[in-house]
Design a protein around this ligand. Structure first.
Ligand code: PLP
Length: 230
């Protein structure tokens, strides 16, 4: 299967999941998680109409930017972002999905001010409470979202989450539902209903994420094929 065929297939599964949930398929964006895939693969996904591409590693993204891998589609940063790499990301991407600490938010704000821009971000929620994952604990999210409002060069547009690795079919549904609840509450109570992105769901569970209310799914291997880690 080609990248274009995979995208078409995922689009129809997304549409079916949306319709089943009584939602408009057009309100759900497909972000291609293009880590470890080269510039030609990115271009193929863009030609096939992907809504955005998301990268995980700053070094890889910088190299692929130099190759014009993302021309024609919005670029997102979806991976763990170290504070000392903020300068290489702010202003270069349309959206940072992974703002998971107040220190990182402050760093993004400072850099965006220097570049005289406003950076769109999502607050990352560590919904499974996992040691190995970054993001705000669900119980800290409300206070963090409130503090983030005072940053003049950061625009919080919603939430992102990566639930624990699913062990049983539909095992992540409760996590997705919990994030969706936080998204609605915080969007309404702190952000004047301006939230527009709820980023959750990957190759193995994007249909469940859509059922729970995702507006953006991040799909890698189901588009580009299995990644081969050395
Ligand atoms: C790699 C990655 C994805 C996509 O994972 P697949 O299982 O390959 O679809 C989504 N989100 C993030 C943050 C990722 O790093």
């Amino acid at each position: 299967m080609s990248i274009a065929e995979n995208i078409q297939n995922i689009r129809s599964r997304m549409a079916a999941a949306a319709e089943k949930a009584g939602r408009d398929p057009k309100e759900i964006l497909l972000v291609g998680a293009s880590k470890m895939n080269d510039a030609p693969a990115c271009r193929e996904a863009i030609a096939a109409g992907i809504d955005a591409l998301g990268e995980n590693r700053v070094q890889e993204m910088t190299a692929k930017l130099a190759e014009h891998a993302y021309d024609g589609a919005p670029l997102h940063f979806i991976g763990h972002l170290q504070r000392n790499k903020v300068r290489q990301v702010v202003g270069r991407v349309e959206l940072i999905h992974s703002a998971g600490s107040l220190e990182l938010l402050a760093g993004i704000d400072r850099q965006a001010e220097k570049f005289q821009t406003v950076q769109n971000v999502l607050l990352e929620v560590n919904i499974g409470g996992e040691e190995s994952k970054s993001g705000f604990a669900p119980e800290d999210l409300y206070a963090a979202a409130e503090q983030a409002r005072s940053l003049a060069h950061v625009r919080v547009q919603g939430l992102m989450a990566i639930p624990p690795v699913e062990r049983v079919p539909h095992g992540n549904l409760p996590f997705f539902a919990k994030v969706a609840e936080l998204y609605v509450d915080i969007g309404r109570n702190l952000y004047d209903n301006t939230f527009i992105h709820l980023s959750m769901g990957m190759s193995d569970d994007f249909e469940d994420a859509i059922a729970a209310g995702a507006t953006m799914v991040r799909v890698g291997s189901a588009i580009f094929g299995q990644r081969h880690y050395q």
